[in-house]
Design a protein around this ligand. Structure first.
Ligand code: GLU
Length: 503
């Protein structure tokens, strides 16, 4: 499908780490652009100089890049409609302001903060909607001069006319607001910096934005923006306001719900593919009820209508479930690459594991990892220096059955347990894990278990759990045969000795 005229934008204010709700807005715009072969623009709304920081902007660009959301125009890429930082576009806003002044659509307001606060408080006390009542609306030129002479710096307010403001929202259908409920709003502050509603209209028009896709918290701003479009004689874009991301209690997802930033999930070892899939999926499902799809598949099937009007509840369990599926889908070598920062984070040098062994470890634990960061908890099994026994495992090892099982295991490890080396005759000699520098070859796990079972008469958990507890230091974990094969005779013996000392 191709519609070259489609131009959408993500217009964040870098005043904090990128929130998953904002990432979802970026994603919808990006998916819409990719679906329609349109253009996705990144515009930095940095006019709030007290809260905007360069570090937050860098974080934003970095997290978008990590998610694979690339922009066709914007910081670092350029484009024919730049600059892409609002602080570099002040001339454009002042040009629009001059036109509004000339047409009498705006007026200077000299009210002080205290005066505005008093007006607001009195409206609230009378249970009326707090809004500016238009004190400076009809000031004469002489009055304006007088107020200026008192040293008051004016803001510019938009003259809101009474009457309906209607528009068709692509997601929410027909929307209607009343001018009288809005009150004359500020479009340029006394320091010459434009207010959001004004700058956004000037920019969306100048950048030829065809569709404004953003969260429903901007719905009432849209009414104000439509008034500005009208006053400037610009035709407004199509608006689409998607539902917000909610916490489990159905209030807007915020820090009190836990992690909310893309960075926090990234640091916890969520894969970008999984987070992107989850953000696109939330509150709906893909065609045919599918839940797992690549960015390409999602963009091919994307429609704004499908994103749903209802709030999307952020379900961390579901994200972890999805992440686990992505983790399991990797080839061990590729997963080892993705795991490297987390291996370091857990205090290991990834080079301390031979590459083939590391990949073997990854293949072994892959099914047990909800997040990449969980690798840290498993590496101790494969590193003698960091091996630890947990209390549950230690207490199991103190039982009588454990002693028998471990004694048999030690004996088999010492003797090799294979014809010609050990003393236990078996009909078909099992394959032997290649001998290594540490001496006696070790039979494969299945043969060993079979023999221990024969020798002790134990089976099931009584047979398996002491071995798992002794060799991994815990009661649960990945398949024992694979762990066993990765440990090597030296580690196996050390661990069995240590466990026997407990019995
Ligand atoms: N800077 C605004 C925000 O981050 C942009 C809203 C819009 O898309 O118009 O909420």
């Amino acid at each position: 499908m191709s519609a070259p005229g489609i131009r959408v934008r993500f217009a964040p204010s870098p005043t904090g780490e990128l929130h998953v709700g904002n990432a979802r807005t970026a994603l919808f715009n990006w998916l819409y652009a990719r679906h329609h072969a349109g253009t996705f623009i990144l515009r930095i709304e940095d006019t709030d100089q007290t809260r905007t920081t360069k570090a937050f902007e860098e974080n934003l660009l970095d997290e978008l890049g990590w998610l694979g959301i690339n922009w066709d125009e914007g910081p670092g890429v350029g484009g024919a409609y730049g600059p892409y930082h609002q602080t570099n576009r002040l001339e454009i806003y002042h040009g629009c302001l001059d036109r509004l002044i000339a047409d009498g659509k705006v007026y200077p307001c000299y009210c002080t903060e205290e005066e505005l606060e008093a007006e607001r408080a009195s409206l609230v006390a009378r249970r009326l909607m707090p809004r500016y009542l238009g004190k400076c609306r009809e000031l004469s030129e002489a009055q304006q001069k007088q107020l200026c002479a008192e040293g008051r710096l004016p803001v510019w307010r938009f003259r809101v006319e009474e009457g309906p403001i209607v528009f068709e929202d692509l997601i929410r259908g027909p929307m209607a607001f009343q001018g009288e409920a809005i009150g004359d709003f500020i479009i340029v502050r006394s320091n010459g910096i434009p207010a959001y509603n004004f700058a956004v209209v000037a920019d969306d028009h100048a950048m030829e934005i065809s569709h404004v896709i953003r969260g429903e918290d901007h719905l009432s701003n849209t009414a104000a923006q439509i008034l500005i479009y009208r006053a400037l004689g610009f035709s407004p874009p199509v608006f689409a306001h998607h539902a917000l991301v909610l916490g489990k209690d159905h209030t807007k997802l915020s820090k009190r719900h836990g992690a909310t930033s893309v960075g926090a999930f990234r640091r916890r070892g969520i894969l970008p593919e999984a987070l992107l899939n989850y953000l696109a999926l939330m509150g709906s499902s893909f065609e045919g009820g599918r839940e797992i799809a690549s960015a390409k598949e999602i963009s091919e099937g994307f429609s704004l209508e499908r994103t749903g009007k209802g709030g999307a509840v952020f379900d961390e369990e579901k994200l972890l479930w999805l992440n686990g599926i992505y983790i399991r889908s990797f080839e061990p070598a590729a997963l080892a690459e993705r795991l490297t920062p987390f291996i370091r984070e857990a205090g290991y040098d990834e080079h301390s594991f031979r590459r083939d062994r590391l990949e073997g470890i990854v293949a072994t634990v892959q099914d047990s990892l909800p997040t990449l960061a969980d690798i840290g908890g498993y590496l101790g099994i494969f590193s003698d220096d960091r091996f630890r026994m947990d209390e549950e495992a230690a207490s199991l090892l103190r039982g009588d059955d454990a002693k028998q099982v471990l004694a048999a295991l030690r004996w088999l490890l010492d003797t090799g347990g294979v014809p010609g080396i050990g003393a236990v005759p078996v009909k078909d000699a099992p394959a032997v894990i290649p001998s290594n520098a540490e001496g006696t070859p070790v039979p494969p796990f299945a043969d060993l278990i079979k023999k221990i079972g024969e020798q002790t008469g134990l089976k099931g958990k009584k047979l398996y759990l002491p071995i798992r507890a002794a060799l991994t230091g815990r009661m649960h974990g990945p398949e024992m045969d694979r762990i066993f094969a990765l440990l090597g005779p030296g580690s196996l013996r050390k661990r069995v000795e240590k466990a026997l000392a407990l019995t």
